[in-house]
Design a protein around this ligand. Structure first.
Ligand code: SAH
Ligand code: ZN
Ligand code: ZN
Ligand code: ZN
Ligand code: ZN
Length: 485
């Protein structure tokens, strides 16, 4: 089943069903309530619905699968509950915190970090890890402040790969946010950023910021207390420690009337956009309700994701725009700043902050386009015909009069396809069927599913204070720019 499910999701034959109310009948796996999917397939009959794990796309990692109309036997239910229990972290968050306090009170020579178990171990536990690879020299106080260097990045390709921001990108993001007056940073799946915020506070060189980390990686419970880290699943908006964690989360959103809160997230790139957008909308609604923000107010958000997801993200969040800033990573084989010079990263910021307020570093070649009113890459030249700075990938794009739009520099106009494409494209084979749903019966233009079910964070203009940075409803310019994609 796993393989089938995966191929179907990849080919767009399966849709995630986002429900308005919390689905109490959803089965649970170790990652919280499952998501509801629907096979769309060919033909017009209603597809069959099923539940599957929200967090793991590979069924080898989590095999929960259940037809929505399937009756589950008592025995299978019990077995599932047993399995869920067995996949829980070894300790509760509170236990992890008291272990940490015990650990730091030990003299340096007694501290051990077990690499195999990714665990700080106490002297009485050492025998259990005798055969494991232990790392001892590296547990100085200084080192414990950088857990992202101590823990090895998760590298599950499909769902859980951890790509850590390069310092450059961390400091750019934090200086930019401080410049806009934000001081409470909700870090969703950004452990490195959370860590750098704490380090900067200790160095005392820049104004203090507060940070709350939400991430599914429970190894961070070892280093951060419950007021700094909540184990959270961003695909189903699930807090693992239930009410307790929710209390800390809400407390954070409520500080200073929520005025200085910004959410910043860097989800795994294999993740499905719709459930992510739904979780972020839930956060925004909570922020709004807790702080009695007027209808027009939007929680400021930055969603870091590759540029080729632009249309899917904007479909969920029409007031967002994509910025040209290229996010760099330390451990990403492709997207890091190599010795041989800068490799282009495809990762961008998507935000409801207004692009003109986000000043991109001039020394990296970004410049302000006064027509578009935003900062753009060095190579992104304004096209008067398209009335936009069209480049998505940072290279200089070229206007094609026949297509009536700007295209990648490597593309050539193909008269048999009727549009621009790579010179060695499979000619004549492209563009059959619909780009959006895969149906062979219509083209994208006529797709009945194209505009339904938008998730809109209620929003617009006129909110107080910091909210002035929030972009208004999408302007004509925005709409036009989007069509260019
Ligand atoms: N660039 C970021 C790390 C991004 S990697 C930084 O440097 O801080 C993606 C992060 O999302 C990882 O920390 C991973 O643990 C987390 N993650 C993966 N799946 C998740 C899920 N379902 N819910 C919450 N966090 C998740
Ligand atoms: Zn699961
Ligand atoms: Zn053009
Ligand atoms: Zn063309
Ligand atoms: Zn062609």
């Amino acid at each position: 089943m796993g393989k089938i499910l995966d191929d179907a999701v990849d080919s767009g034959g399966i849709d995630v069903i986002i429900q308005n109310e919390r689905d109490k009948t959803a089965p649970r796996c170790p990652h919280g309530p499952a998501l509801l999917f629907e096979k769309t397939g060919h033909g017009e009959e209603k597809g069959r619905r099923f539940y599957a794990c929200s967090a793991c796309r590979d069924r080898k990692d989590c095999n929960l699968f259940q037809w929505a109309d399937e009756k589950i036997s008592e025995a299978r239910m019990l077995a599932r509950e047993e399995q869920n229990r067995s996949k829980m972290p070894l300790f509760s968050h509170q236990e992890y915190s008291s272990r940490f306090r015990a650990f730091v009170s030990l003299p340096l020579e007694q501290r051990r970090f077990c690499v195999d178990c990714q665990l700080l171990i106490l002297p009485e536990e050492r025998a259990n890890h005798a055969k494991h690879k232990a790392l001892s020299e590296d547990t100085t106080v200084q080192r414990l402040k950088r857990p992202s260097l101590l823990l090895c990045p998760l590298d599950n390709k499909k769902s859980n790969a951890q790509y850590l921001f390069a310092d450059r990108s961390c400091h750019f993001l934090l200086d930019m946010l401080l410049g806009l007056g934000f001081q409470n940073i909700l870090c969703v799946g950004t452990p490195r950023l959370h860590e750098v915020i704490k380090l900067r506070n200790m160095e005392g060189k820049s104004p203090k910021m507060k940070s709350l980390l939400l991430d599914i990686d429970y190894r961070y419970c070892q280093f951060y207390g419950q007021d700094e880290f909540c184990r959270y699943n961003m695909f189903n908006h699930h807090f693992f420690d239930d009410e307790e964690a929710v209390t800390f989360f809400q407390g954070f959103l409520r500080e200073e009337g929520g005025a200085k809160v910004v959410m910043i997230t860097d989800p795994p790139f294999g993740g499905l956009v719709k459930p992510l957008a739904n979780s972020f909308s839930q956060m925004a609604i909570t922020w709004k309700n807790l702080n009695k923000v007027s209808d027009a107010g939007q929680m400021p958000m930055i969603w870091i994701f590759p540029y080729f997801f632009e249309s899917r993200i904007l479909e969920c969040f029409p007031s967002f725009s994509m910025l040209d800033y290229q996010v760099d990573y330390d451990n990403h084989p492709l997207y890091k700043h190599g010795k041989t010079g800068r490799k282009q990263s495809p990762v961008r910021l998507f935000t409801n902050l207004s692009p003109k307020d986000i000043i991109l570093p001039e020394d990296e070649g970004y410049r302000f386009c006064s027509v578009c009113e935003r900062y753009v890459s060095a190579g992104n030249k304004h096209c008067p015909k398209c009335d936009t700075c069209p480049s998505k990938d940072g290279r200089e794009w070229r206007h094609c009069d026949e297509c009536g739009r700007c295209v990648k520099p490597s593309w050539r106009h193909c008269s048999s396809c009727g549009h621009c494409a790579l010179p060695d494209h499979p000619c004549g084979q492209s563009q059959t069927g619909c780009f959006n749903c895969g149906s062979q019966k219509h083209k994208l233009r006529a797709c009945p599913k194209k505009h339904n079910k938008r998730m809109i964070v209620p929003g617009g203009r006129g909110a107080p204070g910091l909210l002035k940075h929030i972009a208004g409803k999408s302007t004509t310019r925005n709409k036009r720019r989007r069509r260019v994609t």
